[in-house]
Ligand binder design. Structure first.
Ligand SMILES: NC(=O)c1ccc[n+]([C@@H]2O[C@H](COP(=O)([O-])OP(=O)(O)OC[C@H]3O[C@@H](n4cnc5c(N)ncnc54)[C@H](OP(=O)(O)O)[C@@H]3O)[C@@H](O)[C@H]2O)c1
Length: 266
């Protein structure tokens, strides 16, 4: 599997789990023309210790950006911080990774409150909506730039300008009857189904700007969210997802793919 990503890359929720691994692998496999904006809610806090260590290891390649995706002022401050640093190239890749699942597993109907539904929606849908909307000028800047690296005939790629929304297999309505009893998770499932629609809307809206928008399911991964029984490590999932991201082109915009690049039905 080959990974060819470069430029300015922004990752939300990168202090742990899949987000942290995305930052680690991107920093390790890209060249000097790549800069990673790694976001977390509390850059100085104990939960960001591992991210701070990666930033020190790849000195000058990663900037930690304070970001709570559910807070519009915080997204606005992040846009300002990145804009100051990013230069003329604009933002090439926005990875909307941050998400929550409430209440705790299995998230049955009885255990789920309206507050859970709203909180999860605010982070998992409101967050990617706000980042896409507010980083659009920087993505447009990148999309309008030199496209020498692109595949022939394709106008979109993650090297040019793209939004990747990290979704999930259990957002699929078609697959619900197969997996509902394994993980009921009302709030999480419905929020990710809404994220899929956001992906479709943005893909349609932004195709004239040559900005690719794709949703990717990372697999079932051993993280705080995925739990200890998950079969995939975050290293395996991320390596495979980055390879998929490297190969995305026009035909993949507005799609939901898994970590191996297989299409998941809506
Ligand atoms: N693990 C799986 O099996 C699995 C399967 C399918 C899809 N996914 C998706 O993969 C992505 C990453 O999941 P994960 O397993 O790595 O989860 P995780 O270990 O729970 O990490 C979630 C990350 O999101 C951040 N976050 C939560 N709310 C935030 C907010 N309001 N603003 C900014 N950051 C926030 C967390 O930061 P704090 O430390 O500050 O809370 C943390 O960095 C999610 O989109 C998830 O839905 C995961």
């Amino acid at each position: 599997m080959s990974v060819k990503l470069e430029g300015n890359i922004f990752v939300t929720g990168s202090n742990r789990g899949i987000g942290l691994e995305l930052v680690k692998q991107l920093a390790g496999m890209t060249g000097g023309d790549t800069h990673i904006y790694a976001c977390c809610r509390e850059p100085e806090g104990s939960r960001a210790q591992a991210l701070r260590e990666v930033t020190t290891q790849y000195s000058g390649k990663i900037s930690i950006i304070k970001l709570d995706v559910s807070d519009e002022d915080s997204v606005s401050a992040a846009v300002q911080a990145v804009s100051k640093q990013i230069g003329d190239g604009g933002l090439n890749l926005l990875i909307n990774n941050a998400a929550i699942a409430k209440p705790t597993f299995p998230g049955t109907l009885a255990a789920t409150s309206k507050k859970h539904m709203m909180e999860v929606y605010e982070t998992n849908v409101g967050g990617p909506f706000l980042t896409a909307k507010m980083f659009l000028p920087l993505l447009q800047k990148a999309a309008g730039g030199n496209s020498a690296e692109m595949h022939k005939g394709d106008t979109m790629s993650c090297r040019r300008a793209a939004i990747i929304n990290i979704s999930t297999y259990i957002s699929s309505m078609e697959k619900c009857s197969e997996n509902f009893h394994l993980a009921q998770m009302y709030a999480y499932r419905t929020s990710k189904a809404a994220l899929n629609m956001l992906t479709c809307c943005l893909a349609e809206d932004l195709k004239t700007h040559n900005i690719l928008v794709t949703a990717i399911h990372p697999g079932w991964v051993r993280t705080e969210l995925g739990g200890s029984k998950a079969p995939l490590t975050s290293q395996e999932s991320v390596l495979s997802m980055l390879s998929v991201m490297s190969s995305l082109s026009n035909k993949d915009s507005g799609m939901l793919l898994d970590w191996q690049g297989t299409t998941i039905p809506w």
